[in-house]
Design a binder for this molecule. Structure first.
Ligand code: CO
Length: 134
């Protein structure tokens, strides 16, 4: 079911500081910050040969990463996104296997304009997993 890792998302409290660390210490090439108000985050993309890193900073009052940053004030890995060929087949398989899909169970259009869903972290080794249809 899982294809390649589409991205690893890292929640950060301070995007300029995080960008400077990734640029300076790791030599990464970063995109400009991209505000995504409909997703409650500002994103900096780091494109690598085999995947992407997304640095996410909260945007607005009701950011989906605000609570994570309360618990992890330094930031940290927020989720891993895998590509899947058919998101509805993947969703039905997850439900059959006893995993909870967040929200109303229907895929939403994600930050890349493609259908995505999130699996409850308590049902996958304490890790928030995003699936994106390729
Ligand atoms: Co994501």
């Amino acid at each position: 079911m899982l294809e390649r890792v589409n991205h690893i998302a890292i929640a950060v409290p301070d995007l300029p500081k995080a960008s400077a660390e990734w640029r300076g210490r790791l030599g990464a090439t970063l995109s400009d910050p991209l505000p995504q108000p409909e997703h409650g985050v500002t994103v900096v993309f780091i494109s690598l040969g085999n995947t992407k890193i997304e640095l996410l900073e909260p945007l607005g009052t009701d950011s989906p990463i605000a609570r994570f940053l309360e618990k992890n004030p330094e930031g940290g890995i927020h989720h891993i996104c895998f590509e899947v060929e058919d998101i509805l087949t993947a969703r039905d398989h997850l439900i059959k296997e006893g995993a909870r899909v967040l929200g109303d169970g229907n895929p939403k259009i994600g930050a890349h304009g493609k259908p995505v869903l999130f699996i409850h972290p308590k049902d996958i080794t304490g890790t928030l997993i995003e699936l994106e249809q390729i």
